[in-house]
Design a protein around this ligand. Sequence first.
Ligand code: SF4
Length: 476
Amino acid sequence: MKQKVLIYRCENYEPASIAAIVKEGMQELGVTPRGKILLKPNCVIAHEVFPHAYTRAEFIDGVIRALKERAGDGIEEILVGERSGITVPTRFSYKNAGYEEVLSRNHAKPCYFDEEKQISVKLSNPYRLRDSMFIPKPVTQCDCFINLPKFKAHPWTRLTLSLKNLIGIQDDRHRLVDHNSFLEHKIADLQETIQTDFIAVDAIVAGQKMMLTPTPFPMGAIIMGINPCAVDTICSHMVNVDPNTIVHLRLAAERGFGPIDMELIDIGGDLPLREVQDRNRGFEFCMEHIDSYFKDTGNLSCTVGTFPESHSADYCWGGCPGALQEAIHIFKMYYPDVLQRMRKVRYVVGQVEGPLDLAPDERVIFAGDCTRWEGTLDGKHVKIEGKYRSTKEVDENRTPSNDMLLKIFGSLLECYANTSSRYIHAKGCPVSVAAHVNYLSSIGRIPNVNFDPRNLIPINVAYWNMRFHRFMNRFL
Ligand code: SF4
């Protein structure tokens, strides 16, 4: 049977119009939500300096109104669950995104996945990367899972849509496991952990290039469907991308989670695909290796070596290089001239052979557990030894907490202890975006955005609130 995907015209964030469109979409697709309903938006970050990174509150407002009209008394509870990115407490992002007000007005509840118990779910797909994955308890308990991604480009996976949105169900402890050259495989694994009942993609204003700091692209569309592969396939075509080049989509389709072939998908709605494709010709991506991306742009230069996994020996798309790009773009939102104002930094990643030919005042960040280099710095012999562990060697039951404060103070202390050294080796696989911000701040002498007055107090209030509720949830 063919999967159906609907593309509807929607030019602005007006909740009543969104509700009418989503209700029509549910009717057309035969979706009738029941029981405990869990909505999963993309709220990777929300802040005045990150205005286009998240599913908008007005969109959630419209979807909840549509759900209530469609399901009536069949609804037991509506939860809106997410784990924000870069270790920022989800409470902080929800507040900034305006979710709290919308949820309270609609008698729906926030569900912060970083505060919930994490449950190990067994996987059985023959092509799986791992045998089990951790997901938050409320995801395992809902009767109806509704995926509400934001339509965005992504510097690691080209696009982030409904399949990739599931990365946001994992807490900090488990999110970075396999968040390296296996990221696309991990996204495919996640599809086995939950059955999606309905998808509505916020493409009213889409995001281009980056995932945390995208530039806005008015796309004027809402895309709906039930099958995530079918929805992501149509979304790829909407921006003139061959869906087979979205690796996690191809993997998910190969594993039997849905179609990638247009012959197996029926398109409906009131916005013809051809018209959208023409309108979206200028949609911008950023899939560039960091050595060319930062070449001649300022005081950051990159030396990229080779990587341990044979399927991506020339580059690690899901790990440290992309995290560096995102971190620099975060700084740019605060200090647009950051690449000029920072001290000279060389970023070295992967197995690198030969001298680095540093400028006299240039310092080095050796990034990640796979990085190896041997040579002479300031007349001294230096050997950076890789401690990369393959997927089989990483036990998802024994992972570091990746706590926000521990990360900030850990990396700052490490930089302080190496103040007089030419280099620092940032450990991790991957070194997260958050850790990159801290290392770059110290080594490049850039003000740390974590200490920006707009963030310092609210983020710490949210952090301690999160810690308290996480502790209390242990006893539930
Ligand atoms: S250490 Fe970084 S660059 Fe190396 S494999 Fe891991 S994530 Fe990729």
